[in-house]
Design a binder for this molecule. Structure first.
Ligand code: AMP
Length: 398
């Protein structure tokens, strides 16, 4: 069955068509600047040329119509007609406590996701716009929602509660949820598969280090803790997000700089992280690595603080699981950044970790980067959230 995987943002939409039997991506692309001047669709059929078409897109329904036209185009399309698309899988950001797994999308599911909108005001409404647009254009095609938060719903109460009045949990469901769940689930399972070990027998720490970044502790096949919280701002230092800070800093900056809470939150989300720490050098680790090589003190500060925070979370999750068998690095920085991996692993001698320098330089495949015989193994596992969504969609659509 061909599965159309859709990841809908407020003004963008990424898509992949994946065959669920061969697990191959048949075509992929993205629509940018939806509803804004200069919108364009980028489309790449597998093995073919990338096509960029600048064309107006008033809304997400327009964007999805263009995606379907590209996929069925006589010359460059990859399917004859829409009947060859068996199901649609949607990446959904926040499922609150309502969704601990993927679901077939019904009107009741849409209503339940709407109830979580407060928890993810930027993401959930955009996801639902994508769902409704697909419903309009392909009313008879089954749709499945795969939630970023679902994998973390197995966290125990002591891991997900904040030390604030309990009534806020009761009234508003303020608690830790975690994100990137599809990636943490895919990577931890894949690590067990590559090692030829039973997933249920392992203690795994996954470091998803992309522009957004989070760590999770997966014990015997279940997530027991993760570093993002009520929102994706908590935890690691990220590209532009602060991660953990003393909450009193918000009031302090607001007073000193005469800013509103919204303005301070925008600073914590968009101007902080390694971008802020490097005094605006860059949020991109390629630039920071270049800076580090040149001895730039802003780059050194950002890289050191970033890696120290990752190492600290690894220590915390080793304690939470009473040990760790495998540490996985994934996503943009985790997969491509041998320097970050080296700097993090320098803190992990107490786990018996010694990196294989040659393996650590390789890119783009599942690979063990510790020397043989280490008590704890370190691996690089490229994440594939689209494939994980396609698998879930095929399973439920059947
Ligand atoms: P993601 O959010 O997973 O797409 O990750 C994006 C981030 O990965 C970028 O902002 C870069 O910081 C980082 N990245 C991508 N390619 C490389 C590379 N070759 N070396 C180091 N970092 C990289």
């Amino acid at each position: 069955m061909n599965i159309l995987v859709i990841n809908c943002g407020s003004s963008s939409l990424k898509f992949q068509l994946i065959n669920s039997e061969s697990e191959q991506c048949i075509a992929k692309g993205l629509c940018e600047r939806i509803g804004i001047d200069g919108s364009k669709i980028v489309y790449t059929p597998a093995g073919g040329e990338k096509e960029v078409t600048v064309t107006p897109m008033a809304d997400h329904t327009d964007a999805i119509r263009l995606v379907l036209e590209a996929l069925t185009n006589e010359k460059t399309g990859v399917v004859k007609n829409l009947e060859e698309i068996g199901a649609i899988g949607h990446r959904m950001v926040h499922g609150g406590e309502k969704f601990s797994g993927s679901v077939v999308i019904t009107d009741e599911v849409i209503a339940a996701v709407e109830e979580c909108n407060d928890l993810a005001p930027l993401h959930n409404p955009a996801n639902l716009i994508g769902v409704n647009a697909c419903k309009k254009l392909m009313p008879n095609t089954p749709m499945v929602g795969v939630f970023d938060t679902a994998f973390h719903q197995t966290m125990p109460e002591e891991a997900y509660m904040y030390g604030i009045p309990y009534e806020y949990y009761q009234k508003y469901k303020i608690r830790r949820y975690g994100f990137h769940g599809t990636s943490h689930s895919y990577v931890s399972k894949r690590a067990a598969e590559v090692l030829g070990e039973k997933y249920e027998d392992l203690k795994i720490i996954v470091c998803h280090l992309g522009n957004g970044a989070s760590v999770s502790a997966v014990k015997n096949g279940k997530c027991v803790d993760t570093s993002m919280g009520l929102t994706p701002l908590e935890g690691l230092i990220m590209g532009t997000r602060s991660g953990d800070i003393d909450p009193a800093i918000i009031e302090f900056i607001a007073h000193k700089e005469n800013k509103s809470i919204d303005e301070v939150m925008a600073i914590l989300n968009k101007k902080s992280g390694v971008l802020g720490l490097s005094d605006n050098l860059s949020s991109d680790f390629r630039d920071l690595e270049d800076g580090l090589a040149d001895g730039n003190e802003n780059a050194i500060r950002a890289m050191k603080t970033y890696c120290y925070r990752v190492a600290k979370y690894i220590g915390a999750y080793t304690a939470a699981m009473n040990g760790v068998d495998v540490i996985c690095f994934t996503a943009g920085v985790g997969e491509n950044g041998p320097i970050v991996r080296t700097m993090v692993c320098e803190y992990l001698g107490y786990l018996g970790i010694k990196l294989d320098e040659e393996a650590n330089q390789k890119r783009g495949k599942d690979l063990e980067i510790t020397v043989p015989g280490c008590a704890t193994k370190v691996m690089v596992i490229p994440t594939n959230e689209e494939l994980a969504i396609a698998r879930e969609t095929a399973r439920l659509a059947k």
